[in-house]
Design a protein around this ligand. Structure first.
Ligand code: 4AZ
Length: 286
């Protein structure tokens, strides 16, 4: 079914906003240690480039309106997942009060800053039926106060080598059953061989894994993974950004690794696209 997995991200939150409870389509059976799933608490100062995407109008104020993750790659540019900005998630553009929250570990606090989004560029190559090309660039109305950005790993970077240890960050579901974190978490996973995800996602209902544009990460025994609400957030290895949380079948399942947008593909696309002026050295973001 088209978009089945990816849409599971926002549906519970969207529905919560209108007061209708709909169970997660792909709710994994929660295991005791299955919690980000399998994660640990993180202070945002340890990953200051991790930001939250928020809209109180659409998602309510309880968790500051957080509905996706994002990652700062330049002082006024944040990467996120294209599917976070789809009509089924945020409705018709422009999203009324779309904000990037920076420097806030706990969404229940007023730590850090909420920054307005000046413009949204969704990768025109994004395909919601295959989940391919799942990235977007937000240009901020003002620079991030911390100035903290993470470098993007280009093609051939050793951080993409299978077996590399990586960390994914987010405020998403911690048990696969809709227990959204209010404080930032991280989970340690490993870059997996593409063959693992090609086997897990050969096409059809669960999406199609495409190694050129996607990255496969998780643990062979499952347990640690990104989950709903983490989408668009960073997967970092060796100090460089290698992935954006994109999709997967459930969360933390041994036979269904997490799938990420491959950041080298983002770099390649942006070097040719007009959409992300804020990413260019010396570009005038205003
Ligand atoms: C989602 O729906 C989603 N386990 C994100 C990540 C994963 C699964 C689903 C990976 O946004």
């Amino acid at each position: 079914m088209r978009g089945r997995i990816v849409r599971a991200l926002a549906r519970p939150l969207v529905m919560a906003a209108v007061g209708v409870a709909i169970p997660l389509l792909n709710a994994a059976p929660a295991t005791a240690d299955s919690v980000v799933v399998g994660g640990f608490p993180v202070d945002v100062s340890q990953s200051p480039w991790t930001v939250a995407l928020a809209s109180r109008d659409l998602f309510g104020g309880t968790r500051a309106g957080q509905f996706c993750g994002g990652v700062a790659v330049a002082p006024t540019a944040v990467l996120t997942a294209a599917h976070c900005l789809g009509r089924d998630v945020v409705g018709a553009p422009p999203t009324p009060d779309l904000k990037v929250i920076t420097g806030r570990t706990d969404l229940l606090s007023d730590q850090g800053k909420e920054i307005a989004v000046r413009s949204v560029w969704v990768n025109p190559g994004y395909d919601s039926s295959t989940n391919g090309g799942d990235f977007a660039v937000l240009t901020l109305a003002e620079p991030l106060p911390s100035g903290a950005v993470v470098p993007m790993a280009g093609a051939g970077d050793p951080a993409y080598t299978p077996g590399t240890s990586a960390t994914v960050y987010g405020w998403g579901d911690t048990d696969g059953n809709g227990a959204y974190a209010h404080s930032l978490r991280g989970a340690r996973v490993h870059v997996l061989p593409d063959a693992r995800c090609e086997r897990a996602y050969p096409g059809g209902g669960d999406g199609t894994y495409a190694a050129e544009t996607m990255l496969c990460a998780g643990e062979t025994t499952g347990g640690r993974d990104a989950c709903q609400g983490d989408s668009g957030g960073p997967l970092v290895a060796q100090g460089r950004l290698i992935g954006l949380v994109s999709w997967g079948n459930g969360c933390g399942r041994a036979d269904s690794p997490g799938v990420y947008t491959r950041v080298s593909e983002v770099v390649r696309t942006l070097s040719r696209a007009d959409g992300a002026k804020a990413l260019r050295p010396g570009a005038d973001a205003t």
